[in-house]
Ligand binder design. Structure first.
Ligand code: MG
Length: 252
């Protein structure tokens, strides 16, 4: 069952979300050829802790697996949940950074895909379309709409542009826990699903593949890659449904 947040709780979540936005800005300032994703992780963790917050992903457990870092760093064909490492970024790649924070008992969650130096037109288009798909979803995060309205508009933007949305990974409700009900699919049918109500807070996060939608999971238990090896982009905001329309909590 989804939990509906009070206005006061949403203000606490805005603080966790603002830190997420600041970390992503900081990542953008530091991403360059030759930088390792482990360095980016150290920068992110230090900043999060300096804000009196906790990195939500570090120590996050799924089954018997524990995520070891404060950010997910997903390069090129890695869709999400890439583990930071000593691998150096290379000019022309794209890298998705996903970050979660906990402040005052509430979570924030956001992601952006960045270009490493100059990237080709196809990668630029992939990133642009993923932003447009996220915005289309946010635009439907309105009380009285159904969740399927949001999911189907994300899917439409992606597929009209010749790309595909990942099926096996979804967005989610968020609050005291990083992952709450409902699941927020990036594909679906308008007019179906639960009605969105004031106080629901969701992480909307299209994962968009340049090629087919199929993904594979790596043996480390976290890293997911596109099955066809083509690049993937990921943008995410934490969004509250209010009486005044969608309220993006992960803005700086
Ligand atoms: Mg998320």
């Amino acid at each position: 069952m989804p939990e509906y947040k009070t206005d006061r709780e949403i203000e606490v979540m805005r603080e966790a979300g603002r830190i997420v936005g600041e970390v992503l800005d900081l990542m953008g300032q530091n991403i360059a050829p030759g930088v390792t994703t482990a360095e980016l992780d150290r920068i992110a963790e230090e900043f999060i802790r300096s804000c009196g917050a906790e990195p939500a992903f570090k120590g996050y457990r799924v089954g018997g697996n524990t995520f070891p870092a404060s950010i997910c760093a997903s390069i090129e064909d890695v869709v999400v949940h890439g583990i930071p490492s000593e691998r150096k970024l290379v000019e022309g790649q794209i890298i998705s950074i996903d970050v979660g924070t906990i402040k005052g008992g509430y979570c924030g969650d956001g992601a952006r895909t960045f270009a490493v130096g100059d990237v080709d037109e196809s990668r630029q288009k992939l990133m642009k379309v993923t932003i447009q798909a996220l915005q289309a979803g946010i635009d439907k995060a309105v009380a009285g709409n159904r969740l399927g309205d949001l999911s189907s508009s994300v899917q439409q933007v992606v597929e009209q542009n010749g790309f595909s949305v990942v099926r096996d990974m979804v967005g989610h409700g968020i609050g005291r826990k990083m992952h709450e009900d409902p699941q927020v699919h990036n594909f679906g049918t308008a007019g179906t699903g639960p009605v969105l109500k004031k106080g629901l807070v969701i992480a909307i996060e299209p994962m968009v593949n340049a090629g087919g939608y199929k993904i594979n999971f790596k043996p480390d238990g976290w890293t997911t890659v596109t099955a066809d090896g083509l690049p993937s982009a990921h943008f995410e905001h934490t969004v509250a449904i209010t009486d005044n329309g969608p309220d993006i909590l992960t803005l700086v």
